[in-house]
Design a binder for this molecule. Structure first.
Ligand code: ZN
Ligand code: ZN
Length: 277
């Protein structure tokens, strides 16, 4: 059976193309057992602020309307520097690092455009991609100290444009050491699962998911837990590249993924999800 769950789903309440209702219809069509929404909570002044009360009301309405057919969860995708005021109203929270604060008063994302990431690197890190990556991982390591997270989103988003910009070699110790330190802290000290995020793979923007294989291998060595998510911004991508992510996870030595339910985490074997292929 295919993987029939996703916990990283965007809608028109933030930067998605489809309404929450349309995403639910697509999940039902695919036969999903679980669908988690993850509206963005960006720092003030970044993008269009999400109407969080309206978002949570709509997800709660859908949750009730489809109870018994699909388990819907109301999540939030929180940034390191975002507001946390609605956290307690949500069923879960993705801890996602998009932004850096290189100097007080400046907050900049690593995933806007390639040009802006290069400019961020040039302006604040002397054009040194390793310094940019180190700052990113140091920020990310602190995310679960700022607010409680359910799992970590797109762990190595700082590499979003690396295939085109070549800011750093993703196998170089200067890149891997701060990344591993952050991962070890989040996994060992905070006990957090990491998502294997197919969002960029899905949209042909990267050839590998987040985390990239060298970091996914380290996660396996740490004994870390994973879940697969599509970071879907449109319904056609809701289960996009799940088989590729599952095959990669299996090749690296993972034998199960995790499903988030209203009563907690549940494991599902990868062999079963790949139908013994
Ligand atoms: Zn994100
Ligand atoms: Zn997202």
């Amino acid at each position: 059976m295919p993987l029939l769950a996703n916990y990283h789903t965007h809608t028109t309440f933030c930067d998605g193309k489809n309404t929450a209702e349309e995403m639910v219809q697509e999940a039902l069509r695919l036969g999903f057992g679980h669908l988690g929404f993850s509206g963005h909570c960006d720092p003030e002044g970044e993008g269009v602020p999400m109407d969080k009360p309206a978002y949570l009301r709509e997800i709660r309405r859908l949750q009730q309307a489809w109870a018994g057919q699909i388990e819907i969860l109301a999540g939030l995708e929180m940034d390191c520097f975002g507001p946390t005021d609605w956290l307690e109203e949500a069923d879960y929270c993705i801890g996602s690092t998009h932004m850096l604060r290189p100097v007080p008063g400046v907050t900049a994302a690593v995933d806007w455009t390639a040009d802006r990431t290069q400019a961020l690197c040039d302006t604040y890190y002397g054009g040194d991609g390793y310094a940019l990556a180190k700052a990113y991982y140091e920020t990310e390591a602190g995310i679960a100290d700022r607010f409680p997270c359910t799992f970590i989103g797109h762990f190595d988003l700082v590499a979003r444009f690396n295939e085109e910009l070549g800011l750093f070699d993703e196998e170089d110790p200067r890149y891997l050491t701060p990344a591993r330190d952050a991962m070890a802290y989040l996994v060992r000290e905070k006990g957090l699962p990491l998502e294997v995020n197919t969002g960029a793979l899905n949209r042909n923007r990267r050839s590998v998911p987040y985390p990239a294989p060298p970091l996914l291998r380290f996660l396996r060595e740490l004994g870390g837990e994973i879940l697969i998510s599509s970071d879907a911004h449109q319904k056609e991508k809701l289960a996009g590249a799940f088989p590729e992510a599952l095959r990669l996870a299996r090749a690296i030595g993972f034998d199960h993924v995790n499903l988030l339910t209203r009563s907690g985490w549940r494991q599902q074997g990868i062999a079963e999800l790949l139908d013994g292929e």
